[in-house]
Design a protein around this ligand. Structure first.
Ligand code: CA
Length: 241
């Protein structure tokens, strides 16, 4: 059984991303559905392998959240079948403890990511955003350049003149946002909306914390790029070259 929603548009007119949850723990599937709808995704949920496969094969989804142990057909078999049909929809596996081998098999068979149950909602939403972003990228090397730095969002690596370090996901997302906006200032509200979602209760000082982390990492790399604070407006990058 499943429940459907009609495609909607966000208040800003962007197309709503459509997600399919395949999860036989009904309470978990329903909780996930609510969380994702609250975060402006259109969500369908099904609770067995065959329905999961049938729905996924429709090719209408932007992303699949796929449990591994399912009645009827397991998640890895669903993944193999849809990839064999040439469906490239990003897949995030929902893995339980003790499913390490399945997780590895899943990644080998073209899953994009996995999240271990029980998971943190913020973490799952971040993984979903990252997978959806990767989907939109056509070139395999997704690096962004600004001044003397280069960011690789898919591997979370930041490099500067031969030196390299790894960022945590939020730092990478924040820097990517600032790099994409170039010389336009980005407000704390825009950052919160992009990194945590519209309805999040994240406070402004969370943004300040990640900005300070990023500044330290840029300094560590001895980059000439600075994150300037424009009082009352937000943040903007400066290349200083
Ligand atoms: Ca299960």
């Amino acid at each position: 059984m499943g429940f459907k929603t009609r495609p909607r548009r966000s208040t800003e007119g962007e197309a709503i991303m459509r997600l399919l949850i395949v999860e036989d723990e009904i309470h978990l599937a329903e909780a996930l559905t609510q969380i994702l709808r609250k975060n402006h995704y259109s969500v369908d949920a099904v609770h067995d392998g065959q329905s999961g496969l049938d729905n996924a094969l429709s090719g209408i989804y932007d992303l699949l959240l796929l449990d591994i142990m399912l009645p009827g057909m397991d998640g890895i078999s669903i993944l193999k079948s849809i990839r064999a049909e040439g469906i490239a929809t990003p897949v995030i596996l929902l893995t339980a403890k003790g499913e390490v081998d399945d997780k590895i098999a899943g990644l080998d068979h073209g899953a994009d990511d996995y999240v271990a149950k029980p998971f943190n909602t913020g973490e799952l939403l971040a993984r979903i955003r990252a997978a959806l972003r990767r989907k939109g990228e056509v070139v395999p090397d997704d690096s962004l350049k600004y001044g003397d730095i280069e960011l690789h969002p898919s591997s979370l690596k930041l490099s500067c003149q031969g030196k390299e370090l790894k960022l945590i996901l939020k730092e990478s997302e924040l820097l990517e946002l600032l790099m994409t906006r170039k010389s336009a200032a980005t407000s704390k509200e825009q950052i919160i909306e992009k990194l945590w979602g519209f309805d999040s209760e994240v406070e402004h000082n969370n943004v300040e914390v990640y900005i300070s982390f990023l500044r330290k990492k840029l300094a560590f790399l001895q980059s000439a790029v600075k994150i300037n604070t424009i009082r009352g407006v937000g943040y903007v990058l400066e290349a200083n070259v």
